[in-house]
Design a protein around this ligand. Structure first.
Ligand code: CP
Length: 310
């Protein structure tokens, strides 16, 4: 297969195993390009991409921007915090104004689940979801799968434990879909109040005891507590959360094997993970960030080939 089955990347749900493998294998080629002295290729020359960030971001925004520049695209950047949204302009007016500038592709982050889907239904441009509320974060899941495959040499049969605030995490949901489709086994771990009631209907087992989960897994993906998405108190204190679910070197040393540690960022050092673990050889956190550029180059390139070049 050399073409994606979709015109937009709105979520991992809806992608086929072939789609995921095509994105990952194309990212291998871009990773090679990124290791060369001249890191720029002309693949997206004459294609215009708008990066619309209605919610804060460091990694995803910079990573998309770098990926677009490496592919020679023309780009415009929109950040809600510095825009007329602050003067009361609506989402649809903002987006219509940007689209009237004849952009070919749109990368969108928004705090509302479904915002990129709404945009995709109203534009000819190809839309990429860079995170929509607690719904999906597809390129994060793709770079996570890529990074596990890079470290362990495979995804089939790999046991991945996702720890933390599953209820408010778009990273958890997208990871569950991508990893299961690619043959990995996924369990989630955290306090009962932060595990969605029907998560097992996705084929995911729940582990409430962190040490049992760590003993089971090959990879632990430590999530941040999403305080900005929590409208009520889900646990007594951050201190108690850290005592029960924080990853530290003492816990890692109690295991009878080495496991790979991941974190999507931003890290709350000392809460879900200690600095000692985050900065250790067990962690692939900066590899995840590095691989994000190759994955986003792959997604942009494949969608442009499907929707803009044809
Ligand atoms: N992982 C992630 O989405 O980070 P940002 O919020 O900084 O983009």
């Amino acid at each position: 297969m050399s073409e994606l089955s979709v015109n937009h990347l709105l979520g991992i749900k809806g992608l086929t195993e072939d789609d995921l493998n095509l994105i990952i294998e194309t990212a291998d080629q871009f990773k090679d390009v990124l290791s060369r002295p001249i890191k720029k290729v002309p693949s997206l020359r004459d294609i215009t991409i708008a990066n619309l960030f209605f919610e804060n971001s460091t990694r995803t925004r910079l990573s998309f921007e770098l990926a677009e520049k490496r592919l020679s695209a023309d780009i415009v950047n929109f950040s809600a915090a510095a825009s007329s949204v602050k003067k009361g302009e609506t989402l649809i007016d903002t987006v219509n104004n940007i689209l009237s500038m004849k952009v070919d592709m749109v990368v969108m982050r928004h705090s509302r689940p479904g915002a990129p889907h709404f945009l995709a239904s109203r534009t000819k441009a190809s839309v990429i979801n860079a995170g929509d509320g607690a719904h999906e974060h597809p390129t994060q899941a793709l770079l996570d799968a890529y990074s596990i495959r890079e470290r362990l040499g495979k995804l089939q049969g790999v046991k991945v434990l996702i720890v933390g605030d599953i209820t408010h995490s778009r990273v958890a949901i997208s990871n569950i879909f991508s990893l299961q489709t690619l043959g990995a086994e996924v369990r989630v771990c955290g306090p009962r109040t932060l595990i969605p009631k029907h998560i097992e209907s996705l084929g995911v087992k729940v582990e409430y005891d962190l040490m049992k989960g760590l003993q089971w897994c090959d990879v632990a993906n430590m999530l941040r507590i999403q305080l900005e998405r929590q409208d009520i108190k889900y646990f007594p204190s951050l201190r108690e959360y850290t005592m029960l679910y924080g990853l530290n070197m003492e816990r890692l040393n109690q295991l009878d094997k080495q496991i790979v540690i991941m974190h999507p960022g931003p890290i709350n050092r000392g809460v879900e993970i200690t600095s000692e673990v985050a900065d250790s050889e067990h962690a692939i956190i900066l590899d995840q960030v590095e691989n994000g550029v190759a994955i986003r180059m792959s997604v942009l390139y494949l969608l442009a080939e499907k929707t803009v070049r044809n």
